[in-house]
Design a protein around this ligand. Structure first.
Ligand code: HEM
Length: 450
């Protein structure tokens, strides 16, 4: 077994962990997400056997640009369709067993975002298998997608229900215009160097099951051990972005292009280039934004009132770093996550303020060992609610479930600036809770005899 030792004594079984969890996605990238249904148990197991042969594992490459890979994950319904015994199904996290649609209202998916309005097959019991293929270019993507297609070939009991292609926009940024995927925790034993030297790497058990987490305990792991170990929970959400509404809002609230850029940055916590407000509060610094050694290397403790980066900015809410340590009641390290989001849909051309009706946005992908205290906690407590930042009426200005009446406070001297009338800029089009097993677990699933 190929293992790596890093930091303390952790030895991650990298050869058994699917590459997608620990592997940074390439940049630029192209990719495809597929959702499949298993109509026939034997065909399902044959599919898993074939996928096992093409799913990558191993050490994260030091040069992700040379790689293309497939990740496979299953919903609760998918594991059931494969014939996983009930006592094992019962050992998965309760949120996973319920599925995302059952938890949608709690997650803030209401109104247009409510599960009733989701794009099919999201939220239906038909979604069994989720595949993601990611690659640095179209030619290599074609090759991995072809491998996945062959895995399904002549398996009449497997139905392809949905496919979403994704690609990095020519700007290298997401549809709202911001660079994304910068703030990621370092993971002990992963071999991926930390991007924030001011933070200790997270215990591996925060992301991969079977290892101690930040509490010093092993996270609850599905049984039998062969199924749970080296697996990780995965959250997939298709998030439509209302780019024209966002641009109109900035235009209405800020007089000049510079002021619009500043307001946009205050909402996100970073400038469009990725440069953090914490390091460059007055103006964008594209060189800083592009520098992976510097663009995530910061904390917030020197900015408790949020004059540089508002406490309500998206990135500061999603990872408040050291800004909550003062009362000792919150351990931010228990609420971190790996994000593997990608963009879908074409850009709304620069300067256009009218909605063109085209679907564009983000396929948000989370990987972590704890659905509830990581993804769900951050979404419900930190993004959808303002109590923890001392602004109970406020939600995340960019991704919060707004209804047109939301506010966003930007601390400025001499008096704070309060923006009103925030409309929803993000609409949930669907999502699923999945489990990405380790490679041994895939073999175990393929060989089930129930
Ligand atoms: C369409 C929806 C979303 C958009 C457009 C968006 C955009 C962004 C951007 C531009 C950043 C700053 C760049 C970076 O640090 O990587 C960011 C950071 C982040 N976002 Fe989001 N995001 C969205 C939804 C979410 C959701 C639903 C969550 C979690 C439940 C989330 C969690 C995070 C986290 C953890 C960070 C990193 C913060 C840090 O470490 O500093 N985001 N997002």
């Amino acid at each position: 077994m190929n293992t790596v030792t890093a930091g303390e004594s952790i030895r991650l079984e990298l050869d058994d962990i699917q590459s997608g969890a620990l592997h940074e996605r390439p940049s630029p990238y192209v990719g495809s997400y597929l959702l499949l249904r298993i109509d026939d148990r034997a065909a399902g197991r044959e599919l898993v056997r074939r996928l096992h042969a093409i799913v990558d594992s191993g050490r994260p490459s030091s040069d992700p640009a040379h790689d293309a890979w497939i990740t496979v994950a299953f919903t609760y319904q998918g594991l059931k369709a494969l014939g996983v015994p009930q006592d094992s199904l019962d050992s998965f996290a309760p949120e996973f067993q319920q599925g995302m649609a059952a938890r949608a209202a709690e997650l803030g998916d209401v109104g247009e975002s409510s599960a009733d309005n989701w794009e099919k097959p999201f939220g239906t019991p038909d979604v069994h298998v989720a595949l993601a293929a990611l690659s640095p270019d179209a030619a290599r993507l074609q090759a991995v997608v072809e491998r996945a297609r062959r895995a399904r070939e002549e398996l009449p009991g497997i139905a392809l229900l949905w496919q979403q292609d994704c690609y990095q926009l020519p700007t290298g940024r997401t549809s709202f215009g911001f660079k994304d995927g910068i703030g990621q925790p370092a993971i002990e034993g992963s071999g991926v160097p930390p991007s924030n030297l001011k933070e200790k790497p997270l215990k591996a058990g925060e992301i991969i099951l079977g290892y101690p987490d930040e509490t010093g305990e092993l996270p609850p792991m599905p049984t039998p051990e062969v199924l749970g170990r080296n697996g990780t929970y995965v959250v997939v959400r298709k998030l439509h972005t209302r780019v024209a509404a966002y641009r109109q809002y900035l235009r209405a609230k800020a007089a000049t292009r510079e002021e619009q850029a500043l307001l946009g940055a205050k909402m996100v916590g970073r400038w469009q280039s990725g440069a953090p407000l914490a390091l460059s509060p007055e103006q964008d610094d594209p060189e800083l934004g592009a520098d992976p050694h510097r663009n995530n290397d910061f904390l917030y403790a020197d900015d408790p009132r949020g004059f540089k980066c508002p406490a309500g900015a998206h990135a500061r809410r999603a990872n408040p770093r050291d800004s909550l340590y003062h009362d000792g009641s919150v351990n931010v390290r228990l609420h971190r996550m790996i994000r593997r989001g990608t963009s879908y849909g074409p850009m709304l051309p620069e300067g256009v303020l009218e909605d063109d009706g085209v679907d564009r946005g983000i396929i948000f992908v989370f990987a972590g060992a704890h659905l509830k205290r990581q993804f769900e906690f951050v979404k419900t407590q930190w993004l959808n609610d303002g109590i923890f930042i001392g602004a109970p009426e406020e939600k995340d200005p960019l991704v919060g479930p707004h209804d047109g009446s939301g506010t966003f406070t930007v601390p400025t001297k001499p008096i704070r600036h309060r923006l009103k009338g925030l409309p929803p800029f993000v609409v949930t089009r669907g999502g699923e809770y999945c489990f990405a097993p380790g490679l041994r677990a895939l073999r175990w699933l393929a060989e089930l005899e129930t």
